[in-house]
Design a protein around this ligand. Sequence first.
Ligand code: CUA
Length: 157
Amino acid sequence: MNIHSYEKLWLVASMVLIVGFIATVTYGAVGLGIAMIDDSESSIDPDGLDEDERFADPRVAEMDDGTYEAYVVAEQYRFNPDPLEVPANSTVTFHVTSPDVIHGYEIVGTNVNTMVIPGEVATMTVEFEEPGEYGVVCNEYCGAGHHGMEGEVHVVP
Ligand code: CUA
């Protein structure tokens, strides 16, 4: 083998690698190798919350199976509804969205702590056992009134 043969060999080897990488990425993106997270259901028009059946009237609603759905709007500079009331010994799924800028939604003392992004609905489920009161804070800087953006969740007997 002379030098040119080695060069050709490496050239071919590197081409095979490149084609291999592209094939791997393509294979994954097509969905055969990677489970893509589908967030299409959670998008929403931030300017159209007034016409959205979930958020036009922010509220807590009881479902047929005895669980609760809470629809919350985080906006400059308040949470709606506030205070939000749920019964003790309940399972509550929160749906939170924003009509203006990015906010945070943290129910202090629970594992609820999420970013609230205009155009998206943040969803999480919590179980409340004992009656009590929880503070809610916005932990993303959202403007001049950010530090005063607070709310409450009341777990009632
Ligand atoms: Cu809303 Cu900070």
